[in-house]
Design a protein around this ligand. Structure first.
Ligand code: PEP
Length: 248
């Protein structure tokens, strides 16, 4: 039985005031949440969130990491820095990183490996664009994204990876994949993992991301191979996020 996981990706949306209000709001409604809940904050706010969530069941993640341990990499953050603020999770390969910052499958796979080497759990994002889906290439795109990690780290690495299937056309668009579309993609991902290792495939959490909200979360998370959600926009409103956390 896989535990439901709900992760919030705040992206580049935060101020000291909004972080305080958001985290306090989430904490106030956590008592009847069974899911594992993670908030992925922008790097400058990791310290603030760390202090706010002490002794709570809320978990902290970052949104990206550099593959180097330290040095002359202006603007970047390392795995050690992320851990220094008590974060145990890091989003890797988000579609915005892939498209806006040109991270290809090999770069993303290296980041996954560096996260694992440092004891961080990567939220490993994969997913196809609308053009790729409409041209019938969803499966080949997603396969290549996963295969890059298997090639570098081996299938066993997926014991410590959370996969997030995020169709690019559904991210931040208000267009959600239908439960059937999402379930089909998740089943395909699990089958690909199973072809490499059946046990790993059964335990790897696969989250759905793409305009998940309080109105559609229960149906999506209720699908056999959907183990929770990676939430962008709706994670910025405490009540919406909590409703999604309770849908699992
Ligand atoms: C995301 O950015 O990972 C995401 C799923 O965003 P949204 O929920 O806003 O579509």
């Amino acid at each position: 039985m896989r535990q439901t996981i709900v992760a919030g990706n705040w992206k580049m949306n935060a101020s000291k005031e909004t972080v305080n209000t958001l985290v306090m709001g989430i904490l106030s409604g956590m008592s009847d949440v069974d899911s594992k809940v993670i908030v992925c904050a922008p790097a400058p706010y990791l310290s603030q969130v760390e202090a706010l969530i002490t002794h709570s069941q809320l978990n902290l993640g970052a949104q990206d990491l550099n593959v180097n341990a330290s040095g002359a990499f202006t603007g970047e953050i390392s795995a050690d820095m992320i851990k220094d603020f008590g974060a145990q999770y890091v989003i890797v390969g988000h579609s915005e990183r892939r498209s806006l910052y040109f991270e290809n499958n090999e770069v993303v796979a290296r980041k996954v490996q560096v996260a694992l080497d440092n004891g961080l759990t990567p939220l490993f994002c994969i997913g196809e664009t609308l053009e790729q889906r409409e041209s019938g290439n969803m499966e080949s795109v997603v396969s290549a994204q996963i295969q890059a990690v298997i090639d570098l780290s081996g299938i066993g690495a997926f014991k410590d990876i959370i996969v997030a299937y995020e169709p690019v056309w559904a991210i931040g668009t208000g267009v959600t994949a239908t439960p059937q579309q999402a379930q089909d993609a998740h089943a395909f991902i699990r089958l690909m993992l199973a072809k490499n290792d059946a046990d790993v495939a059964q335990t790897t959490p696969i989250l759905y991301g793409g305009s998940m909200n309080p109105g559609n979360a229960a149906e999506l998370i209720g699908c056999e191979d959907i183990d929770g959600g990676l939430i962008g926009g709706a994670s910025l409103k405490a009540q919406d996020f909590l409703q999604i956390c309770k849908a699992g």
